[in-house]
Write a protein that binds this ligand. Structure first.
Ligand SMILES: Cc1cc2nc3c(=O)[nH]c(=O)nc-3n(C[C@H](O)[C@H](O)[C@H](O)COP(=O)(O)OP(=O)(O)OC[C@H]3O[C@@H](n4cnc5c(N)ncnc54)[C@H](O)[C@@H]3O)c2cc1C
Length: 398
């Protein structure tokens, strides 16, 4: 077996890995992406809802090759059926075919100069003074620096001796693509409640006026039983057909404690860079992936591969997103603690105080701290939550 050498190796051709590769390659370093599957983007585990602002931040042009639909708002349903509509007058998000989206990112990375090696699974890594030794099949590699973008499995994070994702915050998820239903193509639906999806929510993402991606995440429950029950209730008089079935793991833990080590940077799901409120990880993981690519390229340029230099990756992404994660984690904890009756009360309160307007105006799908902060500083909502849950003031300043 030969030993191939590269300056930067990225493990995993998901969005975080491909964006890291694109950014590092743009800066003139040799980048190799190793992907265990025979095709980029397959299998797909994602609902594909991405904000337009987020795509702009990632410098990904909106392309008809992967966009399936555009949406301009969301309708939230409480356990008893109360609804809150959050909307803008123009599209704020697109629904993408994740397999084709990932292929688009692979094209961007390759065009920047990265090489992608498929059918190449990484089993382990070891770091010494010379470089990172990558134990993979069928080939073996060595790199000056490695970016771990392996997703939720976190095998390499553990192998590197770093603290992996908190497994109690990983949720089972299942989703179906359905045709033959009647939905509003401009609005996503979010259904809350312990009966519907304990520990998370059920979603309905329109692909058109007669097809949807419907799914849910849950904790300590069987997602298949819950999803079948939800679909029967939501589409009870409709003759739908199931076109696709996908399962996956949703990360709600927030970031791991440390995302770097000597010659190593961790990005995306593997680093917990996923919104704890919604489980969306493409945009924030992508922002961190781009940061990792830039820092890795700089490390190569300066020949500085130890933690003293690579800590800059963590400083940069925490500077951009640390507050966001703190607020979203707080919101996730509150949502998890609310009983169905309490969620109904919260909906009634938001309606009475006309807070949908505030949320519609300030809400940003990815950068949620501003709207969460606005809501908790609305004195009465904080009072109501602390009363409902017997909580103290949130410790999320900064
Ligand atoms: C049901 C569901 C719905 C979701 N919906 C949304 C949504 O609507 N919007 C959103 O933003 N996010 C959503 N997410 C989250 C989103 O899918 C992830 O946050 C995102 O895919 C993370 O990207 P990543 O590059 O970090 O990891 P991944 O996309 O998981 O990519 C990791 C890659 O690494 C490869 N790999 C793993 N181990 C190895 C190895 N040892 N050797 C070589 N290759 C390896 C894998 O094959 C994979 O290609 C959803 C998740 C689930 C489960």
């Amino acid at each position: 077996m030969s030993l191939e050498k590269r300056q930067v190796i990225v493990v995993g051709a998901g969005p975080s890995g491909l964006l890291s590769a694109r950014e590092a390659s743009k800066r003139g370093v040799e980048v190799l992406v190793l992907e265990e599957h025979p095709e980029v983007g397959i299998p797909c585990h994602c609902a594909g809802l991405l904000s337009l602002n987020g795509l702009e931040r990632l410098k990904i042009p909106i392309d008809h090759s992967y966009v399936q639909n555009m949406v301009r708002g969301a309708i939230f349903y409480s356990p008893s059926g109360l609804s809150l509509r959050i909307e803008r007058d123009r599209p704020v998000a697109c629904v993408v075919n994740r397999s084709l989206f990932d292929k688009f990112l692979a094209f961007q990375a390759e065009r920047a100069g990265a090489e992608i090696r498929l059918n190449c699974k990484v089993y382990g890594i070891s770091v010494d003074g010379i470089g990172v030794h990558v134990c993979s099949k069928p080939d073996r590699f060595m790199a000056e620096i490695l970016i771990d973008a392996e997703g939720v499995s976190s095998r390499l994070v553990r192998a590197a001796g770093l603290e992996p994702l908190n497994s109690s915050c990983l949720l089972s998820a299942l989703q179906f693509d359905l045709s033959g239903v009647s939905v509003d193509p401009e609005y996503v639906e979010v259904h809350l409640g312990r009966q519907v999806a304990p520990g998370f929510f059920a979603w309905l993402i329109p692909l058109s006026s007669d097809s949807v991606r419907v799914g849910l995440g849950c904790k300590r429950a069987n997602p298949r039983i819950l999803l079948n029950r939800f679909i029967q209730r939501r589409f009870k008089d409709e003759e739908y057909e199931i076109l696709a079935v996908r399962s996956g793991t949703i990360v709600t833990s927030g970031p791991i404690r440390r995302t770097f080590a000597d010659r190593l940077l961790i990005v995306g799901d593997a680093a917990g860079q996923v919104k704890p409120t919604t489980g969306g990880g493409v945009i924030l993981g992508g922002i961190c992936g781009m940061t990792a690519g830039r820092v890795a390229a700089e490390a190569v340029r300066l020949s500085r591969f130890n933690s003293d230099f690579l800590v800059s990756y963590e400083r940069i992404w925490r500077g951009m997103l640390g507050r966001e994660f703190r607020y979203m984690l707080w919101a996730r904890r509150i949502l998890n603690a609310l009983s169905d009756r309490m969620i109904d009360k919260l909906f009634e309160f938001i309606k009475r105080e006309d807070l949908c307007r505030v949320i519609s105006k300030l809400g940003d799908m990815d950068f949620q701290s501003r709207v969460i902060s606005e809501l908790i500083h609305h004195g009465r909502i904080l009072k109501m939550l602390t009363h409902l849950l017997g909580l103290g003031k949130p410790q999320i300043n900064g």
